[in-house]
Design a binder for this molecule. Structure first.
Ligand code: PLP
Length: 353
């Protein structure tokens, strides 16, 4: 029950047992890449191109920053947790001038005037935001930040949607998102092999200007399909599995998938409070439909809780940084957004407590 990588359904595992040719040479691979891009566009609600890269979530977080930003560029990093804060640090490490607007680790963005003032004063080239802060179990209102981005003509809006996409609504184009980042192993329930990002025309234009050429560069993907020329050998097996995973979401129906996540999350939270446990999120925070973060109860160490749960066959997520040992997480995303599975896990947790 960890918040990614989640268990991979047999159908997705079985989708890639064949031997494939060289993805660089065969037209079948290009067709598969295009179909996968199309499915991802539907899930992300975007007409923008979607680039699929080999490597898990952190890859696209870096790729998007390094491909469009130069040293000295101003980045406004909105932070409601470890990833929001960390993205600011990543931008700093590539020489950008970063201002972090920090709302604390258990809140959602709740002061939009503060954000607007920061945009006015700092005049960033890019705003960064995390859709679902996995370590905190909280969400952010991407649409409202998108409105501010558009109102103040900020060139780029970068959103880490790695743990929300495919389990909650994400309207990339309507919310003015230039770089929407996702990964295969969270709500898509595929192996941790691929990550992907939608790229707006503005982002492509700035990537052309920047002309970054590293292994994680975005730009070579701009013409990759048209020219049938990828910057490195694409991962055919991984793409087949991501395609299957996306098709499963679309076949179930995106709205139904989202409703399933919400229902399971509400059930999980109800059981958690029924056990006398406390959610990590502040009472007014937006709660994630894909992961629930819970305070480790007083008088019990995370280490001991983890050992006891494992003895009963249940593994939940621990945490990182300042949340390590203090907050644990139940991942109910993708294949794990399953009412029966969450009920069983909650029964075990209750008995262990
Ligand atoms: N962004 C968020 C919000 C995440 O939760 C994660 C992974 O937990 C990542 C990015 C990075 O993904 P990965 O660990 O697959 O590289």
């Amino acid at each position: 029950m960890v918040p990614g990588p989640v268990s991979v359904p047999q159908e997705i595992l079985d989708a890639a047992t064949a031997n494939y040719g060289s993805a660089d040479l065969e037209t079948e691979y290009v067709a598969l890449y295009k179909s996968t891009e199309k499915a991802l566009q539907k899930i992300m609600h975007t007409c923008n191109r979607v680039v699929i890269q080999t490597g898990e979530g952190m890859l696209v977080l870096w790729s998007a920053l390094k491909s469009v930003l130069s040293p000295g560029d101003r980045v406004l990093a909105l932070s409601t947790g470890l990833f929001g804060y960390g993205i600011g640090g990543m931008a700093e490490s590539i020489g950008c001038e970063v201002r972090i607007v920090d709302f604390g680790f258990n809140e959602s963005i709740n002061d939009f005037e503060l954000v607007e003032r920061a945009i006015r004063e700092f005049k960033p080239k890019m705003i960064t935001l995390v859709h679902c802060e996995t370590p905190s179990g909280t969400m952010n209102d991407v649409a409202r930040i998108g409105e501010l981005k558009a109102r103040h003509g900020v060139p780029l809006f970068y959103v880490d949607a790695v743990s929300g996409l495919g389990g909650s609504l994400f309207r990339t184009d309507e919310w003015q998102v230039d770089l929407c980042l996702g990964a295969s192993q969270k709500c898509f329930s595929a192996p941790a092999s691929l990550s992907f990002l939608s790229v707006s025309e503005k982002a492509w234009e700035l990537a052309e200007e920047r002309n970054y050429t590293g292994y994680d560069a975005l730009l070579p993907f701009r013409e990759a399909v048209k020219n049938r020329y990828f910057p490195y050998t694409p991962y055919w097996h991984g793409t087949v599995q991501l395609y299957k995973a996306s098709e499963r979401i679309l076949q179930e129906g995106l709205n139904r998938v989202i409703a399933r996540h919400e229902k399971v999350a509400a059930y999980c939270r109800k059981r958690i409070s029924g056990m006398g446990l406390e959610l990590f999120a502040a009472p007014d925070a937006l709660l994630s439909p894909t992961v629930t973060a819970v305070k480790v109860p007083a008088g019990l160490s995370w280490k001991k809780l983890d050992v006891r749960l494992r003895e009963q066959g249940v593994v939940v997520g621990g945490n990182y940084g300042c949340l390590a040992g203090r907050v644990f997480r139940v991942g109910h995303m993708g294949s794990q957004a399953d009412p029966e599975l969450v009920r069983e896990a909650m029964d075990v947790l209750a008995s262990v407590l």
